[in-house]
Design a protein around this ligand. Sequence first.
Ligand code: ZN
Length: 349
Amino acid sequence: VNAPHVPVLEFPYAAPPPQGATIEVAPGLFWLRMPLPFALDHINLWLAREDRGYTLIDAGFGDARTREVWNTHFATTLDGSEIVRVIATHYHPDHLGNAAWIATRFGCKVAMAAAELLYAYSIAEQRRPFRQSDYGALFAAHGMPAEHVDGLTRRGNGYARGVPELPDTYQRILAGERLRIGGRDFDVIPGYGHSPEHVSLYCADEAMLIAGDMLLPKISTNVGVSPAEPEGDTLGRFLGSLAAFEQLPADTLVLPSHGLPFRGSSVRVAQLRAHHQQRLDELTAAVATAKAPVSANDILPVLFRRPLDLQQRFFAIGEAIAHLNHLCRAGQLDRRTAPDGAVRFAALE
Ligand SMILES: [Zn+2]
C-alpha cells in the first residue's frame, strides 16, 4: 500500500535539558534552557566550546531567576572556564537580556547586528520614535481601547527590566559573513520582520542551523510593527527571509530558540507560509464582509481565537497591523487614515 507521504518534522530529542544541565547536540556544542516570565516560559541557549573557554549564543532574560540559573552553570557547566564571546541573534530581552552582564563578568565582547544594537539602545533609553508612548500612539491609531493603551504605559519600560545592561562597545555581525564558532564555520543568514536584522547561523559542513527566533517548530514567529515604521511590510520581509531556510539540506538540524531541535526546515517553512496565507485570506474576507472600514483591533478575533492577556494583546495587535500592512502593500486592501490619525482598512472598490 502506498500511503500518501505526509512530510513531518523530526524531533531527535524527546525533552529539553533540565534547568542547570546541558545536552551536547554536536561535539562541543551544548544546549541550555532558561526560564522566561511569560506565557512562552522558556528559551534555548547554545554554548560552543572554544580552544579556551566558550562562545555563548543568546543569553536569556535579564532577571534574577535566570541569573540564578546562570550562576549554577558558571559553577558546573563552565567549571572554571570562561565565556570568551556572547553572540546575540537579536535585541529581544530573552536573547540579549544577560549579554552585557555576562560579557562584563568575563571581560569579553558582545557580537550582534548593528540594527539590533541600535534598537536595543533606543528602546532601553526610550528615544523617540521607540518610546512606550510611540507604541501606545500606534496601537491607539489602530483602534486599541484606551484602557489597554494605558496598561502599556503603566507597565513602564519592560524592555529595560529584561535588559538591565547594554554593552558599551560591540562586535558587529554582518549578513553573509562567515563566523568561526567552536571550531566550526557558520554563515550568517539575515532575517527580517521579527526584528530589524536578526542573525541565524548556519554550519554547512555539519548541516546545523542556530535559528534564533526565525524558524520555530511549534509556534509561528511573532511579526510586529515598529512605531518608527508604521506602514512597514514586516510580514512580507519575514516570508521573504524564509526562502534561505527553505533551501537548506533536508537533514539540517535546526536549533531553535523556543521548542525542541528538529529536522525538516523546508517542511516547517511550507507550514508557516500556509499559516500566514490562511490568515491573510481570512483577514481579506473579514474586511470584505464588514459594513464599514475596520481597524486592526476590530479584526483581532479573526487572527486570535483564544483570550489574550495584556502582554499577548500587544503582540497580537502588532501581528494584526503587520498582516494588514502586507495586504495593503500587495494591493489587496485600502488604508484610510482619518485627520485624527485613526487608521482603518477597507476592501478595494
Ligand atoms: Zn525574538
